[in-house]
Design a protein around this ligand. Structure first.
Ligand SMILES: [Zn+2]
Length: 370
């Protein structure tokens, strides 16, 4: 029911207060109900119009008809009331009072903002898989510096002084080293093999280690080359280690990595730091060794059914000579070593045809591995 201004008979402060708060409450209630510009205008006129507006009525009914002794008190009350009504009317707007609060309300039942948590990079995933295969065989992880001396990168690994791998077309050297003797010159290591020597200098035999890390070569980037890539090296040294141990270990590792049905195959090769040396091939895990994918030929194995995965061999006795003082007498100990390219295995494993995709940081590419 719409508010009408009551006539007052009781002018006590309590009665005035009660009448005033009833009036303010009614005004605020009507303000909250305003739903259009037309309603807003009607609401303002009803309360503020000079001719017969509610404030004018209050002036007439409460103040002018007040008994003489109550006039002063009634005057103060009515002025206060006018101020509060004016404020309420001026603050009124279309949509009513309730809606400004509704707009600020937080819906606590909404789901929160999800931030993508990221995923392991395909190269790092392959890296961790390979390392864990050897950790389960009792190997520990060793690491070494990326900036190496010629001694650890070449000399102690039995590279002769004029070996072509030292050529600046293959190796990235640190500038300004010409005044130093060759063995002290700094370079970006071209393989993780220097860590073999560094580890044998610190630890006496027997040892079993895997060495993951980044390596650099002076290769311009293309679909299969990158000036920076990743290698995992392995080394086992003990009494009576034979080529049979090498074959058994790597056969087990390949079956764990690529599935129990892969076959392994060793072909003679050459590396300065192993003798004899071999390249390890596994049956193509894409075509299963047939060389065909349906009617098409299998590209990753070039239709041969075999994929080269790593180089390996028995540690050359000349390498042990460099660490003989720490218990590696080539007459008493023997060992094997192997090294593989992590990026190359990741390319094969995930069917990626351009190594550059691994290093460009394109989220559209990387999201596929999330
Ligand atoms: Zn194939």
């Amino acid at each position: 029911m719409a508010y009408t201004v009551p006539k007052l008979t009781d002018y006590s402060p309590g009665a005035l207060e009660e009448a005033a708060s009833e009036c303010v409450g009614a005004c605020a209630g009507e303000a909250a109900e305003v739903r259009s510009e037309a309603e807003l205008k009607a609401f303002r006129d009803r309360w503020m119009a000079r001719k017969n507006g509610i404030l004018t009525q209050i002036n007439d009914l409460w103040l002018k008809s007040a008994p003489k002794d109550a006039k002063r008190e009634a005057g103060i009350r009515v002025n206060e009331l006018k101020a509060r009504i004016t404020e309420t009317v001026e603050a009124a707007h279309v949509g009513g009072d309730g809606n400004s609060l509704a707009a600020e309300q937080v819906d606590i039942s909404l789901p929160g903002v999800r931030r993508p948590i990221g995923a392991e990079h395909p190269v790092m995933r392959t890296w961790h898989e390979i390392v864990s295969v050897f950790q389960k065989l009792g190997y520990s992880v060793a690491e070494g510096p990326v900036v190496e001396t010629d001694y650890y990168n070449f000399e102690a690994l039995n590279f002769p002084p004029n070996h072509p791998a030292r050529d600046t077309q293959d190796t990235l050297f640190i500038a300004g080293q010409q005044s130093k003797p060759q063995r002290e010159r700094l370079l970006l290591r071209t393989h993780t093999s220097p860590v073999q020597i560094r580890t044998m200098e610190k630890m006496r035999p027997p040892i079993r280690i895997v060495i993951p890390g980044t390596v650099h070569r002076n290769d311009p980037p293309d679909a299969s080359h990158s000036p920076m890539f990743h290698q995992i090296e392995g080394l086992a040294v003990d009494n009576n280690i034979t080529f049979g141990d090498l074959k058994g270990t790597l056969d087990h590792a390949m079956k764990t990595l690529f599935g129990s049905s892969v076959k392994t195959h060793f072909r003679p090769s050459f590396f300065p730091f192993t003798e004899p040396s071999a390249e390890l091939y596994v049956t193509c895990f894409i075509c299963g060794g047939s060389g065909k994918r349906g009617a098409d030929s299998c590209r990753p194995c070039k239709q041969t059914g075999w994929i080269e995965v790593l180089g390996c061999g028995m540690v050359d006795p000349n390498v042990f000579e460099f660490v003989k003082h720490n218990g590696y007498d080539p007459k008493k100990v023997s060992g094997f070593a192997f090294g593989m390219g992590v990026d190359r295995l990741a390319l094969l494993k995930y069917g990626v045809d351009d190594i550059q995709l691994f290093f460009q940081g394109d989220v559209r590419f990387l999201q596929q591995f999330g």
